[in-house]
Design a protein around this ligand. Structure first.
Ligand code: NAD
Length: 505
């Protein structure tokens, strides 16, 4: 059992540098609120330059020995880490619910989907294999090694405080790198608990470190010459900036950003299953998932299913995430709630129908929380702000089209390419959809098609910058560089008698 008191009930969130939990000496602090009550539950420091430099120096020192640690030892550490995360998942989920607001069940899912990446990392002895080709010339062989990069960094968003850091530091470490994580300043608690678990799993001091802060900490990471690669997940504004500045400084950068995921409903779909899938994927986690199905495209007569969708959405229980009956919790901040409400109003002002309005919801016992109930906008047009902007709240915008071709064209004109889904019983329609839609992750009767970690998270177009995705084989490629060795071993009496000056062929 981890020492949960250490992190949760302290009034400040510590840094984690060189294997020690450290109270920051900064005088810049950010309050962390419980989104269900808006009460302050902790505060997070904006680490000083000297603290951030210590974290990178510790990671650099640790790299010198960690890169030489046998791959079997690194694998054993991952086995232990996965066991500890699994055992402590309920504790991690509790702190996620307190700081982020999502329901406890959903928070356990957050941990579990990250845990699967750690489980995948346990296959490193197969994943990190190089290639070899004997006899590329007489007595000459060529082989490759996938070697670590050095110190890597991760910058993470608020919406998956366990899963997304787990996309980063375990993959980086198991490949032989070391890591500096800057979690979201809104909910860093889950990462802090996982640092304790990492330590207990045998990850050496300095191999993984946590710094806190906002833009200054991000700039520090982007400008630090020791850091070789940066993994980012978050909004477009931050992601574009991080990709540009990190790349300009010669770093490898992978940047997963915003989304507008469309679900296409064809008339031959299973109505019951489709409406349930839409409800769960649009309103679950209060719509604060980058793979939330936030846009429903009803094809032909399926628009007549909308009243039934409304009835189902009305049945969802909105409450604090810690309440057992809650289906969806609050939004992360009052500002997030305000933004969502304004985008809903913009839809109304631009002519959309508002057939379910969750903006004025009051949750008994949690009157100060940032709650918005399930909201549905109908007859939305592609030029409306509620369509062009990522809303990131429990709001489903619905559009009507006549054909599958129109639905595909609509999706392909949208700048984002994170996820999409089609609901149908026609294999031919599904196949046409998967072939013609230009989106990185496609569900066929699967509303949130986040791939398991043996595959990669392959968001595309406006949802991604970089060329190597998170986890899967791509994750290994991101956190390693290839060294190619060509060797010549020849008996002495067969060696060259003259100096060869021409290009070898
Ligand atoms: P955010 O961009 O506000 O914050 C993410 C991280 O970037 C935080 O650590 C934050 O401190 C830092 N940051 C914020 N603004 C910055 C700036 N101007 N310059 C430099 N750094 C900055 O994102 P968020 O609100 O925490 O997360 C929600 C967003 O993340 C949504 O847009 C969602 O779609 C996206 N997201 C995408 C994926 C994906 O895989 N595509 C997954 C989860 C979330």
């Amino acid at each position: 059992m981890i020492d949960i008191i250490f992190c949760i009930f302290q009034t400040t969130t510590p840094l984690f540098i060189d294997g020690k939990f450290i109270e920051s000496q900064t005088n810049e602090w950010i309050d962390i609120h419980d989104p269900a009550t808006n009460e302050v539950v902790s505060r997070v420091p904006c680490a000083t330059d000297s603290e951030m430099n210590s974290a990178v120096a510790a990671a650099d020192r640790a790299f010198q020995s960690w890169k030489e640690t046998s791959i079997l030892t690194r694998q054993q550490v991952m086995f232990k880490l996965q066991d500890l995360i699994r055992t402590n998942s309920p504790e991690i989920a509790k702190i996620i619910t307190m700081e982020q607001g999502k329901t406890l069940l959903d928070a356990e899912g957050d941990v579990f989907r990250g845990l699967q990446v750690v489980e995948h990392a346990c296959s490193i002895t197969s994943l990190q294999l190089g290639e070899s080709l004997p006899s590329v010339a007489k007595d000459m062989d060529t082989y490759t090694y996938r070697i670590p990069l050095g110190v890597t960094a991760g910058i993470t968003p608020f919406n998956f405080p366990a899963m997304i850091p787990l996309w980063m530091f375990p993959m980086a470490l198991v490949c032989g790198n070391t890591s500096v994580i800057k979690p979201s300043e809104r909910d860093p608690g889950a990462v802090m608990l996982m640092m304790k678990l990492a330590q207990d799993a045998g990850i050496p001091d300095g191999a993984v470190n946590v710094i806190h802060g906002a833009k200054r900490a991000v700039n520090f990471i982007l400008d630090n010459p020791v850091i070789k690669a940066v993994s980012f997940v978050g909004s477009d504004q931050a992601g574009e900036y991080i990709y540009e500045r990190g790349s300009a400084n010669g770093k490898r950068v992978q940047s997963n950003m915003g989304a507008k995921n469309h679900g296409v409903i064809l008339p031959d779909a299973n109505k019951e299953a489709t409406l349930n899938a839409l409800c769960g994927a649009a309103f679950g986690a209060a719509g604060q998932r980058c793979m939330a199905l936030s846009t429903a495209v009803f094809v032909g007569e399926t628009k007549n299913w909308i009243p039934e969708l409304v009835e189902r959405a009305k049945k969802l229980k909105v409450s604090a995430g810690a309440e057992p009956e809650a289906d969806l919790g609050p939004l992360i901040t009052p500002e997030a709630k305000d933004r969502v409400c304004k985008l809903v109003q913009s839809g109304v002002n631009e002519g959309a129908g508002l057939i379910l309005d969750g903006r004025d919801i009051s949750v008994k016992g949690y009157e100060n929380g940032n709650f918005v109930g399930p909201t549905i906008l109908t007859d939305v047009k592609p030029d409306m702000e509620c369509y062009t902007e990522e809303i990131f709240g429990p709001v489903l915008v619905t559009l009507n089209v006549d054909t599958l071709d129109e639905a595909i064209s609509l999706i392909n004109k949208n700048p984002y390419g994170n996820g999409t889904a089609v609901f149908t019983n026609s294999g031919a329609a599904a196949r046409k959809f998967q072939n013609e839609v230009d989106v990185g992750q496609i569900g066929i009767n699967v509303p949130i098609p986040v791939p398991l970690p043996m595959f990669a998270f392959t968001g595309s177009r406006g949802s991604f910058r970089g060329d190597t995705n998170f986890y899967g084989k791509s994750g290994i490629a991101f956190y390693t560089q290839t060294k190619t060795i060509t060797s010549l071993w020849r008996e002495e009496d067969a060696t060259d008698k003259v100096a060869p000056t021409a290009m070898p062929t």
